[in-house]
Design a protein around this ligand. Structure first.
Ligand SMILES: C[S@@+](CC[C@H](N)C(=O)[O-])C[C@H]1O[C@@H](n2cnc3c(N)ncnc32)[C@H](O)[C@@H]1O
Length: 229
């Protein structure tokens, strides 16, 4: 369905009024209609308003990849789900059809208090977060939550699937400030660092799968740690 600029703007305005977005973020999201900036908060809002182009919908692509390895009839935690948890809404829809499974979102910046039966935790996820009845941890563009997810999942012997983002999130100040390295060199170091954490203490019953989005705008790996079949 081809919507005009005005129709898209109207949908976004109605959506943005419903939730606790601050004024700057509202303007940023509305302006994206002219700037074509497609970052996380924009794609979350577009997805909620059903104006996200199929090509740009990495939530659905991530979900299709996830379903290669897992069924959704589980207790799933989406870490860093976003200010508006777009991926979780797609998962909840599928779980409603399956009549089973839960989806919990951790994000300290959530702007929603209640959403379609999704369990919302407006807090940071850490490697120590208690995840008793969780079967699977997921996340798209997990930023600072990347290493906590990997370590928490390792400690609890739980599978995970995460799509890395384009930035680096080293914990050590030394690694954060290596001089003279280009963006791509830092990105390479970050990927190596993440993979070393992923492979640490890999149990015999688990394996690692690496996939990529089809969309060239998202060239970062989707890393999945899953039980061997
Ligand atoms: C790049 S955004 C990606 C959001 C969403 N997954 C998406 O793809 O649209 C990263 C998100 O991670 C959240 N975040 C960062 N550190 C976190 C942590 N330790 N626990 C939970 N969420 C965190 C941020 O608030 C932000 O919303």
């Amino acid at each position: 369905m081809d919507l005009t600029y005005q129709e898209k703007k109207k949908r976004l305005e109605v959506f943005l009024k419903k939730y606790d977005y601050d004024e700057k973020m509202k303007d940023f999201i509305l302006n994206s209609l002219s700037t074509n900036c497609m970052c996380d908060v924009v794609s979350q809002a577009y997805s909620a308003c059903d104006i996200l182009e199929e090509n740009d919908n990495m939530y659905l692509e991530f979900l299709a990849n996830l379903e290669k390895y897992f069924t959704l009839d589980h207790n799933i935690i989406d870490v860093g789900g976003g200010v508006y948890p777009a991926l979780a809404t797609y998962i909840k829809e599928k779980q409603v059809k399956l009549k089973t499974g839960t989806i919990t979102v951790f994000d300290p910046n959530l702007v929603v208090n209640k959403l379609n039966g999704i369990i919302l935790k407006k807090e940071a996820f850490t490697e120590k977060t208690k995840i008793k009845s969780c079967d699977l941890i997921i996340g798209t563009y997990t930023c600072e939550a990347t290493i906590p997810i990997i370590r928490n999942a390792r400690k609890n012997h739980i599978p995970f699937s995460i799509a890395l983002c384009g930035c680096t999130h080293f914990e050590s100040q030394k690694l954060k400030s290596i001089p003279y390295l280009s963006y791509h060199q830092m990105q390479y170091l970050w990927n190596e660092y993440v993979m070393s954490e992923v492979n640490k203490g890999l149990p015999n019953d688990m394996e690692i799968k690496i996939d990529y989005f089809n969309n060239i705008k998202h060239p970062y790996p989707i890393i999945t740690k899953t039980y061997k079949k």
